[in-house]
Each structure stands twice: as structure tokens, then as C-alpha cells.
Design a binder for this molecule. Structure first.
Ligand code: C2E
Ligand code: CA
Ligand code: CA
Length: 693
């Protein structure tokens, strides 16, 4: 028998190659497991190639490590066949472990196929020696080599399957597994080699013609190392890319979730907002239409919230709203929706088994709010007014339901607050009218339906006109001429007053410019400002723009601000008033006497004029108190160096009295009604002579 020997260096190298091939294979299963679509097939093919080359070269280097005292060579086609078998078995193994599940039976079958593949590769590679006479295999060792191949394959498949997901420490686990797998493959190979007996006098049939010679081992080694490392490198880069993509996708979807949440929720309380509520109402209506049943919509408005907000500040107000939200939310079922749709307005949508159940829910919610709130050492007492609509019954659309619930809530407020009202058709005619009016108001500017009427102001002593107050009128296509009390509040509530106010400013300045050119340079045109306009950042620019457009000196314009507006946020008003005053605009405190001005504050205001509220003027003749108040106001105004105007002068007696008291100018129906500009001039022509003081 020929005695073989091994090159220890090559044996060691073959072990290293086996471990590297195993690691590559494990790494690639990770890629296949997370890849999608096309990439799966690419990774599978590339992986089969790399892993096959790896296993095969381990085997071939192992063969090269073996030496016989005769010359050896390897038949080309058979060697190639053994490589092919290695690649195919690897492909099969990768496919198997990339399946979603790997039950024991499938694992056993896979191990058999793969074990057979590796053995086939090995013995095919041995056959490439073309020994004459043939190799005599020891049956026990041969059997053992087959068994090792199958068991090693089973272990390898199981490990690869378990480690295919990217979990923490997966690389470390794969390295350990690769060592075990490498040892198993090497064990199979050398057991197989040990099984081979070469008869004395044998010779290698492939010695001359086949692959042989110096450097073959290095060639195989270098090639296989190159294939393996390229595969590994690509795999790792891809894994990193994938991880980064996953991270990006993750933060993107997180951001998306946050955005959606923000768009659908109120930031202060975290409750659903109006948008989400509308959606929930639609869903609830669909459900009722499909499955029957009913739901109630409750409009909840806090009573006495504004005073708390004014007295304790916004911070406290916000905290109170959060507490209210918590209480209202408490005890609701998950299918019910509590939304906050405005400052202190909440809406509750509750699914009901019976319409009658609404009553109980409503009185419970009202009761929850009427208990005192403790906030930062303060005990606050508020209450809630609640309006209820039922569906089906009280409306067809989400908007109509909400509007009717709002109307019912107003009814509850009207009936003494701290309670609830069920909607009733009689409540909504007003609400519907308001809604219609609001829709019309949105178009009124565009459709040029606004007009300015002018009411003259006269010098009290001389009786000559000193200017006019511009008063807004709305020529409604159906309702006719509407006075401000019909629509100003609505315009303020919706913010439309800003645009309307700009129009008023511009139109009044345009008219004043015409009068200016007609020789009335000493007149002033007075324009009323609403509280909202006054708080709006653009006011100063709007005023400056209107003056510039019509080339009016700033002093031709008087801005009338009610006392309450001017005093509401004293510091902010002061800043705006100061800016306007610095521009040279004339400022008038309207409705004076109805608010609660502090004298100190009044002294600091850069105002030029006080307008005595027409309520005092009206009662002048009967009410001695009012007479005293008016004379006090006049004295006060004079002391502060302000012009005094009396408005609402309707009788000769009032005119005489106010003139005697020392009012500078007078305004009222007695002297002139508000009229369109065309009729204004004709009207002041018929002026009564002033009374001598
Ligand atoms: P105001 O500023 O106090 O305007 C005077 C109101 O008293 C006007 O009512 C005027 O028609 C009325 N009036 C004038 N003389 C007499 C009189 O002798 N007796 C009586 N009983 N009333 C008289 P109007 O035009 O209905 O305006 C009501 C309020 O609407 C105004 O009160 C003002 O606060 C607001 N307003 C009017 N025009 C505008 C505007 O362009 N912008 C803003 N923001 N508010 C406006
Ligand atoms: Ca006014
Ligand atoms: Ca007034």
C-alpha cells in the first residue's frame, strides 16, 4: 500500500478556507433573508457561487495537501464537475435556509441532500486522480465520512437558518458558528481521505494530462480567497446600506406619524381637533346608516372661562383647559370622541344604545365641570353649557349637526348656564341665518357690496363742519342695507374684519382726498377700528399705505378705538398707539365712559380726542347723574388736553347743554345722519345755526 502524507501548512490553510467559506455563507443567508424581489435571486446566485467555490477550494487544497510517493495530477473535467456539484449544493442550501420556515422534516431532508452533495463533490474530486487500479475505500471510514457530511450539513443549515436575521451580536454568533461548520467540513474531508487506500504500484492516470504542478495550490487559494472576500465585502456593504436605509425609512415614518398627529390633534390638550372630529362624525353616520343605532353630538362651552383667563393670564387658562379636557375625557369609552374645536369649546361624540342615554351622559359631563378646579393654590369655579343633537334626527351632515349642537348650546347658556339643552328645530332658524350670512359675508368684499356712509362732525361753537365719521354699511343683495351691528361681530369672529377694515381705511382716505382737493383741507375723516384690527400686526402698515396711496397728510385721519379695546391689553395697545401717534395720525377714544379706564393709564395714552358715549348724551335731560358724569368727563378731558366730542346729539337741548359744558365738537342725528358721500355735501348745507353759548 502506498503511504500518503500531508503538508501541514496546506491542511491548516484548508481549515481556514473552510471557516471563511462558512462565514461567507452565513453572512449571505442574512442578505437573502432581508432582500426583496430581484435582489433575492442575485444574492442566491452570487452566494451559491462564492460558497461553492469556498467549499470546493477547501476540499481541493486538502487534496493538494495530500502527497503520495508517486506523481499526482487531477483530471480537468472531473475536477470541474466537482466544483459544479459544490456550487449546486451551496445554492440548494441557501435556498433552503431562506424559506420562511424550516420544519424538522425539511431540515432532515435538506441535510441529506446537502450531505450527499458534499460527499459527491469529494469523491468526484478523488476520482479526478484517475488512480490505476482504483482507490480501495475502507467501508467504515467511508460511511463515517458520509455521516459526518450529513450531520455537519444539518448543523450548518440549522445554524444558518437561526442566524439569518440581523439581531444584536449576530456577527459574533456567525463567527462562532463558522468555526464549527468549518471544522465539520474539514472533518468530513479528512475522514474521507483516511478511508482511501492506494494499492502498492498504483499510478495516477491524470498525472501527465491533468491539472498538476507547482503553484496550483496558491492559484486555487488566491482565487477562492478573492471570490470569498469579494462576496463578503459586497455583503457587508449592502448590509450597511440596508441598515441605513432602514434607519432613514424609520425616522421618515416616525416623522410622518408625528405630522399626522399634529394635523389631527389640538396641541394644548392632545385631543382630536375639528378636522379629525369631522371625520369621526362621518364615520359614525356611515355606521348608523349601515348597522342602525344612534349617536349624540354634544357641544360643550365653558361658562366663566374668559374671566379666569383675563384675571390669571393665559398660562393659567391653558392649564385649566387641560384639566377640563382630562375630566371630560375621564370615564368615556374608547369608541367615543372628545374633541377641542376652539378656545373653550369641546365637542363630544358618543355612541348610544338608546337616544335616551344621551341625557345621562350630558348631565354627567356638566357635573364633572361644575366641581371646583385646584390650580396652583387657586380654587377655580367654572361650569359648562352643553347642547345636544341626536343622529339620526337632528341633521343630515356633520356641519349641520355641529351647527345645531352649537345652537342648542347657546340655548343652554341662555337658560342660565351650567346645564344642557336638547336641540329643537326652533333653535336653528337663527343659527342657519347666521351661517348663510357668514357665507355671504365671505363674498361681500369681492362683490363690492360694502359702502361707507359719512356722518358729519361739527365745531360746537361755530357750527361749522370739522370732518366726518365713516360708518360701514353692507348692501346685501337680498336683505337690503345692513347696519354694522348685523355683521361686524361675525366679521370679527371669522377674522374677515381685517380685510374689511383695510378696505374701509382705503375707501375713507380716497373720499377724504376728494374733499381735500375741494378745499376742505382742515377736515378729518374718522375711521372705526375693531379690537381685532388693533391687535393685528399689519395695522400700522395698512394705515401708512392708505395715507400714502391717497397722498393724505396723516393728520387728516382720525382712528376711533373704543375705550375697552384701548385698555384691554394696555402695554400692547400703548405700543401700537404710540407708533400711529408718531406717524401723526389723530387718535380718538370712542364710547368713553363705558369702560373702566384708570386715570393713570388715560394720562399715558397718546390720544387726541375723547368721544363721550351716546348713552350719557341720551339721558342727559332726565338723569342728573349723567349730566354730572358728562361734565366730569369734559373737565377731565380738558385737564388732559384732549378734544371732547359728544356723539348721539338728537335734540336742541342736548346740543345747548353739551356746548355749554365745553365740548369741542358734536355729532348726531340732529346735525346730520350718516349718508353716502354724494348726499353728504347737500345735507350739511341745510345745517342749523349753532346756538350761542
Ligand atoms: P360708533 O363708533 O359708536 O358709531 C356711531 C353709531 O351711532 C353709528 O351707528 C351711528 O349711525 C349712530 N348714531 C349717530 N348719531 C346718532 C344719534 O343721534 N342717535 C343715535 N341713536 N345713534 C346715532 P352705526 O353706523 O350703526 O355703527 C354702529 C357701530 O358699528 C359703530 O359705533 C362702530 O363701533 C361700528 N362700526 C361702524 N363702522 C365700522 C367700521 O368701518 N369698522 C369697524 N370696526 N366698526 C364699525
Ligand atoms: Ca365711532
Ligand atoms: Ca361711539
Amino acid at each position: 500500500m502506498l503511504i500518503g502524507s500531508y503538508s501541514l501548512a496546506l491542511v491548516f490553510i484548508s481549515l481556514c478556507v473552510a471557516i471563511l467559506a462558512s462565514y461567507t455563507a452565513l453572512d449571505l443567508t442574512g442578505r437573502i433573508a432581508t432582500a426583496r424581489g430581484w435582489a433575492v435571486h442575485l444574492w442566491m446566485a452570487g452566494g451559491a457561487l462564492a460558497m461553492g467555490v469556498g467549499i470546493w477550494s477547501m476540499h481541493f487544497i486538502g487534496m493538494l495537501a495530500f502527497r503520495l510517493p508517486i506523481e499526482l495530477g487531477y483530471d480537468g473535467p472531473l475536477t470541474l464537475l466537482s466544483l459544479l456539484i459544490a456550487i449546486l449544493s451551496s445554492g440548494f442550501a441557501l435556498w433552503l435556509v431562506s424559506q420562511p420556515r424550516l420544519p424538522a422534516l425539511q431540515l432532515a431532508f435538506g441535510a441529506l441532500v446537502m450531505g450527499a452533495g458534499i460527499s459527491a463533490m469529494h469523491y468526484c474530486g478523488m476520482a479526478a486522480l484517475k488512480m490505476q487500479p482504483g482507490i480501495d475505500y475502507d467501508p467504515t471510514l467511508f460511511g463515517a465520512s458520509l455521516a459526518i457530511a450529513v450531520v455537519a450539513s444539518a448543523a450548518a443549515l440549522w445554524i444558518a437558518f437561526r442566524l439569518r436575521r440581523n439581531t444584536p451580536y449576530v456577527r459574533l454568533a456567525r463567527s462562532g458558528a463558522a468555526v464549527i461548520m468549518g471544522l465539520a467540513i474539514v472533518g468530513m474531508h479528512y475522514t474521507g481521505m483516511a478511508a482511501a487506500n492506494f494499492a502498492q504500484g498504483s499510478f495516477c492516470g491524470a498525472a501527465g494530462s491533468g491539472l498538476s504542478g507547482k503553484g496550483l495550490d496558491s492559484l486555487v487559494l488566491v482565487t477562492s480567497l478573492a471570490v470569498l472576500s469579494i462576496a463578503l465585502l459586497i455583503s457587508m456593504l449592502d448590509a450597511r446600506l440596508e441598515a441605513r436605509t432602514a434607519m432613514l425609512a424609520d425616522s421618515l415614518s416616525q416623522a410622518n406619524r408625528e405630522l399626522t398627529h399634529l394635523a389631527l390633534h389640538d396641541t394644548l390638550t392632545g385631543l382630536p381637533n375639528r378636522v379629525l372630529l369631522a371625520d369621526r362624525i362621518d364615520q359614525a353616520m356611515h355606521k348608523v346608516m349601515a348597522e342602525g343605532g344612534c349617536f349624540a353630538l354634544m357641544f360643550i362651552d365653558l361658562d366663566g372661562f374668559k374671566p379666569v383667563n383675563d384675571a390669571f393670564g393665559h398660562h393659567m387658562g391653558d392649564q385649566l383647559l387641560r384639566e377640563v379636557a382630562l375630566r371630560l375625557r375621564d370615564g368615556l369609552r374608547s369608541q367615543d370622541t372628545l374633541a377641542r374645536i376652539g378656545g373653550d369649546e369641546f365637542v363630544l361624540l358618543v355612541q348610544l344604545a338608546e337616544p335616551d342615554d344621551a341625557l345621562q351622559v350630558a348631565s354627567r359631563q356638566v357635573g364633572l365641570i361644575s366641581r371646583p378646579f385646584r390650580l396652583a393654590e387657586h380654587e377655580l369655579q367654572i361650569s359648562a353649557s352643553l347642547g345636544i343633537v341626536l343622529y339620526p334626527g337632528n341633521g343630515q351632515t356633520a356641519e349641520e349637526l355641529l351647527m345645531n349642537a352649537d345652537a342648542a348650546m347657546y340655548h343652554a347658556k341662555g337658560s342660565g348656564k351650567n346645564g344642557h339643552s336638547f336641540f329643537d328645530a326652533s333653535m336653528n332658524s337663527n343659527a342657519r341665518k347666521q351661517l348663510q350670512l357668514l357665507q355671504d359675508l365671505r363674498q361681500a368684499l369681492e362683490q363690492r357690496q360694502f359702502r361707507l356712509y359719512y356722518q358729519p362732525k361739527f365745531d360746537a361753537l361755530k357750527g361749522t363742519p370739522v370732518g366726518a365719521e365713516a360708518l360701514l354699511r353692507w348692501e346685501h343683495p337680498e336683505e337690503g342695507l345692513l347696519l354694522p351691528d348685523k355683521f361686524i361681530a361675525l366679521a370679527e369672529k371669522t377674522g374677515l374684519i381685517i380685510a374689511i377694515g383695510d378696505w374701509v381705511l382705503d375707501e375713507a382716505c380716497r373720499q377724504m382726498r376728494l374733499w381735500y382737493e375741494q378745499g376742505y383741507q382742515h377736515w378729518r375723516i374718522a375711521v372705526n377700528l375693531s379690537a381685532l384690527q388693533f391687535c393685528h400686526a399689519g395695522l400700522v402698515d395698512s394705515v401708512a399705505g392708505a395715507l400714502a396711496r391717497h397722498q393724505l397728510p396723516a393728520n387728516s385721519l382720525t382712528l376711533e378705538i373704543t375705550e375697552t379695546t384701548a385698555m384691554s391689553d394696555a402695554d400692547a395697545s400703548m405700543a401700537v398707539l404710540q407708533k400711529l401717534s408718531d406717524m401723526g395720525v389723530d387718535l380718538s377714544i370712542d364710547d368713553f365712559g363705558t369702560g373702566y379706564s384708570s386715570l393713570m393709564y388715560l394720562k399715558r395714552l397718546p390720544a387726541n380726542e375723547l368721544k363721550i358715549d351716546r348713552g350719557f348724551v341720551r339721558d342727559l335731560e332726565h338723569d342728573t347723574d349723567d349730566a354730572a358724569i358728562v361734565s366730569a368727563i369734559v373737565a377731565l378731558g380738558q385737564a388732559l388736553g384732549l378734544r371732547i366730542v359728544a356723539e348721539g346729539v338728537e335734540t336742541d337741548m342736548q346740543q345747548t347743554f353739551l356746548t355749554r359744558l365745553g365740548c369741542d365738537s358734536l355729532q348726531g342725528y340732529l346735525l346730520g345722519h350718516p349718508l353716502p358721500a354724494e348726499r353728504f355735501m347737500a345735507d350739511i348745507g341745510r345745517l342749523k345755526q349753532p346756538v350761542a353759548s
